[in-house]
Design a binder for this molecule. Structure first.
Ligand SMILES: [Zn+2]
Ligand SMILES: [Zn+2]
Length: 285
């Protein structure tokens, strides 16, 4: 079993980050205790100074005074070198750790993102749609959502997810229907799955099954069962992720994610090394 989505600090951390093998070891030990054989660490790109050009237009823009957005500017200070080095050293100690990063999708920023990522030995890169334009849709139910047409948000979210799949930047799309996080539901959401799953199949991008949705008002895995079934029928590979922001959450609810995968007809999971995919049979149980 794998858990391929976790963060070494919480999102609002403003001290020097614990990017050390010792911090990674806490996650390794937590994974062992949870029955997870291999982890992938995927801190947010908005933690790293190299990504400042991507977020500057957002926190310097019209929403920049909102606390829901302003925190970004205090977040972009760690050098990627420190982070990657801690993970390389963890691997050198023989621990089952992959070097990952969770990278936001912004249309038009493909070349910027590609050049920031280029110097580092990633095992895989997670792609996430957290922002529609300058609006972070996953901060709270009260931020932005009351002014939005939910069906329109769904349509735009899945349009951006499809573009992310086709961008060539990502190995895996994280929490693929994050738009439901706060329980907003749009009639006919299923109509959007088809285009996204087709793009993922054509581009060879894997879909994450995320247990984070179970901790949110959505009270459901990401993705919804219908989206997962479609992915299975099109041969889209899957990974598993808890989106833990502390060691205690590593591997959480993976039994439920595995059950959902089996019910959808999935028989393999995908592991990554140096951005090469390897399919592994799903653990039995
Ligand atoms: Zn995310
Ligand atoms: Zn995450």
């Amino acid at each position: 079993m794998i858990d391929y989505h976790m963060h070494l600090v919480d999102d609002y951390h403003t001290e020097r980050c614990p990017y050390t093998p010792e911090r990674v070891e806490e996650y390794v030990r937590a994974a062992e205790a949870a029955g997870v054989d291999e982890i992938g660490v995927t801190d947010h790109c908005h933690r790293f100074v190299e990504f400042a050009p991507l977020f500057e237009p957002i926190y310097k823009g019209p929403r920049g005074r909102d606390p829901e957005v302003a925190w970004l500017k205090d977040n972009l200070y760690e050098p990627l070198d420190r982070y990657v080095e801690a993970l390389v050293r963890a691997q050198q100690r023989g621990w089952p750790v992959k070097i990952g990063l969770e990278v936001d999708w912004f249309p038009g920023a493909e070349d910027v993102i590609r050049s920031i990522l280029a110097p580092y030995p990633w095992d895989y890169v997670l792609g996430s749609v957290h922002f529609l334009g300058d609006w972070p849709l996953d901060v709270s139910a009260g931020y932005g959502w009351p002014d939005m047409d939910v069906a329109g948000v769904y349509a735009e979210y899945f349009t951006q997810l499809e573009a992310a799949a086709r961008s060539g930047l990502y190995d895996v799309l994280a929490h693929p229907d994050l738009v439901k996080k706060f329980g907003h539901r749009a009639d006919g959401a299923e109509a959007h799955y088809e285009a996204v799953v087709a793009a993922m199949a054509e581009a060879g991008v894997a879909m994450e099954i995320s247990t984070a949705g179970l901790r949110c008002p959505a009270r459901e895995l990401y993705p919804a069962p219908a989206m997962l079934e479609l992915a299975a029928s099109r041969g889209v590979a899957v990974t598993f992720g808890s989106d833990a922001h502390d060691p205690q959450t590593v591997g959480q609810n993976m039994d439920k994610a595995l059950t959902a995968a089996r019910q959808a007809g999935i028989t393999f999971l995908s592991t990554y090394e140096k951005r090469q995919r390897k399919l592994v049979p799903l653990p039995s149980g």
